[in-house]
Design a protein around this ligand. Structure first.
Ligand code: ADP
Ligand code: RBF
Ligand code: MG
Length: 156
């Protein structure tokens, strides 16, 4: 798929405030500037990859790019669910991600339960795919070692 792997870094901002509460699946939202910096022709939909918060450990993640048809959003969002249990929220921290693979397009659902079931399926698919050797290499990528702004200019 065009644009993959895609490297991205930015601050975690407050989103719509319904991720963890309603779904039990918190999603770290990127700021509008980061969302607008994405290639305009990158497909909306659900992806998997690697994520690190504030220079911490690298974890598996699933990512949603798009308009969340279930909630009829007008503004495009980029939301990362990290497959890891964190002790605390990390609003304001820098989130680094590598988007590795595409799972499916965004869909509308008849119920919240159906949306949650679909996301659970995405997480399973991500868990399996990211165990492949070719994806393990990206987990070790230098991108996760360089976190200050000047190194970003030299890197990806
Ligand atoms: P919001 O609508 O503000 O994005 P969410 O309910 O989606 O709220 O929760 C997202 C927040 O939860 C993140 O910004 C982060 O601070 C926190 N969080 C805790 N654990 C995770 C996780 N595993 N993945 C993503 N965010 C998490
Ligand atoms: N929203 C949708 O409306 N349709 C989807 O198919 C959809 N798939 C998602 C898949 C994943 C892995 C994640 C993390 C989110 C997905 N969402 C989807 C977004 C979800 O609606 C959003 O996280 C909540 O609205 C919280 O902001
Ligand atoms: Mg969120």
């Amino acid at each position: 798929m065009k644009h993959l792997p895609y490297f991205c870094r930015g601050e975690v901002v407050r989103g719509f405030g319904r991720g963890s509460k309603e779904l039990g699946i918190p999603t770290a939202n990127f700021s509008e500037e980061v969302v607008d910096s994405f290639p305009s022709d990158i497909s909306t939909g659900i992806y998997y990859g690697w994520a690190s918060v504030a220079n911490g450990d690298v974890h598996k993640m699933v990512l949603s790019i798009g308009w969340n048809p279930y909630y009829k959003n007008v503004k495009k969002s980029v939301e990362t669910h990290i497959i890891h249990t964190f002790k605390e929220d990390f609003y304001g921290e820098i989130l680094s991600i590598i988007i590795v693979g595409y799972i499916r397009p965004e869909k509308n659902f008849d119920s919240l339960d159906a949306l949650i079931a679909a996301i659970r399926g995405d997480i399973e698919e991500a868990e399996t795919a990211l165990d492949l050797p070719e994806h393990q290499k990206l987990k070790e990528d230098n991108f996760f070692q360089m976190t200050n702004v000047s190194s970003m200019a030299n890197g990806h």
